[in-house]
Design a protein around this ligand. Sequence first.
Ligand SMILES: *[C@@H]1O[C@H](CO)[C@@H](O)[C@H](O)[C@H]1NC(C)=O
Ligand SMILES: *[C@@H]1O[C@H](CO)[C@@H](O)[C@H](O)[C@H]1NC(C)=O
Ligand SMILES: *[C@@H]1O[C@H](CO)[C@@H](O)[C@H](O)[C@H]1NC(C)=O
Ligand SMILES: *[C@@H]1O[C@H](CO)[C@@H](O)[C@H](O)[C@H]1NC(C)=O
Length: 491
Amino acid sequence: MAAVNLGAWLCALLAAVAGVLPAADALGMNWGTQATHPLSPRIVVQMLKDNGIKKVKLFDADQGTLNALAGSDIEVMVAIPNNLLDLMNDKDNARDWVRHNVSRYHFDGGVNIKYVAVGNEPFLASYNGTFDKVTFPALQNIQNALNDAGFSEIKATVPLNADVYNSPANNQVPSAGRFRTDVAPLMTQMVQFLANNSAPFTVNIYPYLSLYLSEDFPVDFAFFDGLAKPLVDGVNTYTNVFDANFDTLVSALAAVGHGDLPIVIGEVGWPTDGDKHATNALAKRFYDGLLPRLAANTGTPLRPKQYMEVYLFGLLDEDVKSVAPGAFERHWGVLRFDGQPKFPMDLTGNGQNTMLVPAKGVQYLPKTWCVYNPNAEDKSKLVENVNYACTFADCTALGMGSSCYGMDVNGNASYAFNMYFQVQNQKDEACDFQALAVPTQTDPSTAACSFPIQIAAASSTSGGHRRARAGPLGAAALLVLLALVQLLMSH
Ligand SMILES: *[C@@H]1O[C@H](CO)[C@@H](O)[C@H](O)[C@H]1NC(C)=O
Ligand SMILES: *[C@@H]1O[C@H](CO)[C@@H](O)[C@H](O)[C@H]1NC(C)=O
Ligand SMILES: *[C@@H]1O[C@H](CO)[C@@H](O)[C@H](O)[C@H]1NC(C)=O
Ligand SMILES: *[C@@H]1O[C@H](CO)[C@@H](O)[C@H](O)[C@H]1NC(C)=O
């Protein structure tokens, strides 16, 4: 067989193999846990299985999470948070980290660890260079520790924000993409190291943020339905910012001699509340465009017809995520905080738009809400009390453009009081607010604005579960000990 024919035959074979892969095989989920009442890892893992999701990306290496993933065969990206990067500059610490958080779990029937994320967006411009010096040595030490432990198949990678590259302001086409000047030498070294270790470049791409951050941004460019005036770049045309952004990175990689380095999309998604463009309808529009392209291995103009490894952000809403970037931050989940789907999605890419399978076995607190007391005598401290509630609970649904915007002062107060009451596990004293609040059995929710009931603490954390069992056991042990002491003393 002539070489050229062999090549063609291989391509056909690869296309055939790729063709039968459902999108869900390529799709991963970011599983963040910055919530007051995180779902138990066991419930989440079952939900991932029920939805055919085969990859997760974590933000730490939490023991309860990894134990729940053991035996599931789900591919896992464990992570080293930014605040540990400094520590990982020491080779022994890096070796310890790998021993404790990788070797302990990575065996047949254990956790299928595929990547270690070293830091999370450490070169964000807003970090002012805090992690510039510590990231690359940490990456090297972790990959070397993995290799030394016999796990060279596990790849260390640094999930980077897309702001590590750009195209010059006067020529904003993907082919002009270069790494940001202040991190360019660093990025060049890192890319070389990744290439040496056959590790991928991991990047987070957010069309939503392009839209959020610029009033002039053409809305249609954030989606995948076509654009009246596409962006023309030589022979290539771009009708969505996702492709344009991806190819800007491909160009930046090519400019440092690694145009073919594999790229993993560490995060991509669309939030559903907290901003006028953060709605279920627009999130659905975004995923309805993205998922079929992934299933079909559409690729981008610079990397056409390619399989793309993608992790959606995110799996669940997280009610204590920092809102510094915006109120939408707590609403990235394709599922609510309690594992209920928000809108139909097509994870398979073969045209089945269905609700995801919800979390099973979630235990809720009783159906009690806390609302503004219309009979309150002294209303002078209402503002202070609402502010207090919103300091310790999530009120981001109240803002302009959000799902609960437009209620009157009392409606706002009811929402805030209820969120606080739920976060406090419906403790009696959490529904008082200087007699401005009363509990109620009537659901105050409207079609647009949901007043949630929180998850019961016992079912929400694996730790709580274990503590609950340790209690009586510990007490029994103490009683036995006391009895023994008494026995000894009486003799
Ligand atoms: C990982 O390993 C280190 C030991 O190097 C340990 O202190 C830490 O708690 C482990 N877990 C996480 C989540 O980093
Ligand atoms: C970065 O610098 C800005 C402006 O000087 C400052 O407001 C911000 O707090 C700094 N951020 C960090 C993470 O140091
Ligand atoms: C990558 O490998 C080459 C060839 O072995 C070596 O010269 C180079 O120093 C390595 N680069 C990095 C950043 O590790
Ligand atoms: C309700 O709260 C939101 C968010 O703080 C605010 O923008 C809005 O003006 C409030 N509405 C009233 C009537 O006070």
